[in-house]
Design a binder for this molecule. Structure first.
Ligand code: IPD
Length: 265
C-alpha cells in the first residue's frame, strides 16, 4: 500500500477534481475538430481552467504555498519554503489531437527540493505518485525501474523539438545514435508520462533537451524513488533545472550518457 502523507493526499484530491472536467473536454474535442475556430482556443482554455482549479484546490488546503505553473508562471506565497509546480495538461498536442496520452503533473518543492510528485492521466485513471523516502507507486502498486544492463535490449523514450523550437539537428543525430545501439525509441508526447514509464520499468530510459521544470518536476521524485538515476547531460544529478533530462537505471544511465555525449552536430 502506498504511503500517502497529508500533502500527497491534497495533491491527489486536486488532480482528481481537475481531471473530471478535463475528461469532459477531451470528449468534446471530437465535435470541435470540425468547428471554424478549431480546437486550439478550446485547449488553451482547458489548460488555463485546469491550472486555475488546481491552484484553488491546493491553496484551500495549503494556504501560503507558492506556485509555478505552465500557464500562469510563478505566484509567490507567504510561505517561502514551499511551492507547488504544476503542469495542468502535459501532452497538450496529444490532447488536441484526441490522443488519450496526457497528464496533470503536480510536484511539491520544499526548501528547494522536490519532495513529492503525482502524475495523473484522467482518461486511463493511471495515478503515479511518489514521496521522498517512501517509494514510488502506480495505483498503489510499488514501482521499480527496469533491471536491464545491456543497451542493445533497451527501449527508450525521448522528446523531439517541433516547429519554432531549437535543436532539430541535434535531435536527429541523437536519435540516430540511440537507434543504432538499442532496441528502439518511442516518442509518446508527454514528458511527465515518459518519466513515469521509466519509473515503472516500461521504458529503460528517457532523454530530452529544453523541457520545462513543470514537465519534469514530479517525474524527478518518482524516478528517484523507483531506484532510477536522473541527471542533466553533464551527468550532474543535484540541483537540476529540469530542462535537460536523462534518466535510466544505474547500469544504463552511464551508457546512455556516454552515447549521447558522444554525439556531435
Ligand atoms: C510538452 C510534452 C512533450 C515534450 C515537450 C513539452 P506540454 O509539454 O511534455 O512530450 O516533448 O518538450 O513541452 O507543452 O504538452 O505541457
Amino acid at each position: 500500500m502506498a504511503y500517502q502523507s497529508p500533502a500527497l493526499n491534497v495533491m491527489i484530491a486536486a488532480a482528481r477534481k481537475a481531471g473530471r472536467p478535463l475528461i469532459r473536454d477531451f470528449g468534446e474535442l471530437e465535435n470541435l475538430q470540425i468547428s471554424l475556430k478549431g480546437p486550439g482556443d478550446f485547449v488553451t482554455h482547458a489548460d488555463q481552467r485546469t491550472e486555475k482549479l488546481l491552484i484553488e484546490e491546493l491553496s484551500k488546503a495549503r494556504p501560503g504555498y507558492g506556485f509555478v505553473g505552465e500557464e500562469g508562471g510563478a505566484i509567490e506565497g507567504k510561505d517561502k519554503s514551499h511551492r507547488f509546480i504544476i503542469d495542468p495538461i502535459d501532452g497538450t498536442s496529444n490532447f488536441l489531437h484526441g490522443i488519450p496520452h496526457f497528464a496533470i503533473s503536480i510536484a511539491l518543492e520544499r526548501e528547494g527540493q522536490i519532495v513529492a510528485g503525482i502524475i495523473f492521466n484522467p482518461v486511463t485513471d493511471d495515478l503515479f505518485m511518489a514521496e521522498k523516502g517512501h517509494g514510488a507507486f502506480l495505483n498503489n502498486k510499488r514501482l521499480r525501474v527496469a533491471s536491464r544492463k545491456d543497451l542493445t535490449s533497451c527501449l527508450f523514450a525521448t522528446g523531439l523539438p517541433f516547429i519554432g523550437r531549437p535543436g532539430h539537428a541535434r535531435a536527429m543525430a541523437e536519435t540516430a545514435a540511440v537507434l543504432g545501439a538499442s532496441a528502439g525509441i518511442r516518442r509518446f508526447g508527454a514528458a511527465s508520462l515518459d518519466m513515469a514509464y521509466v519509473a515503472a520499468g516500461r521504458f529503460d530510459g528517457y532523454w530530452e533537451h529544453g523541457i520545462k521544470i513543470w514537465d519534469s518536476a514530479a517525474g524527478l521524485v518518482l524516478l528517484r524513488e523507483a531506484g532510477g538515476v536522473v541527471s542533466d547531460f553533464t551527468g550532474r544529478t543535484d540541483g537540476l533545472s529540469g530542462q535537460d533530462i536523462l534518466c535510466a537505471n544505474e547500469h544504463i544511465h552511464p551508457q546512455l550518457l556516454k552515447l549521447l555525449r558522444g554525439v556531435t552536430v
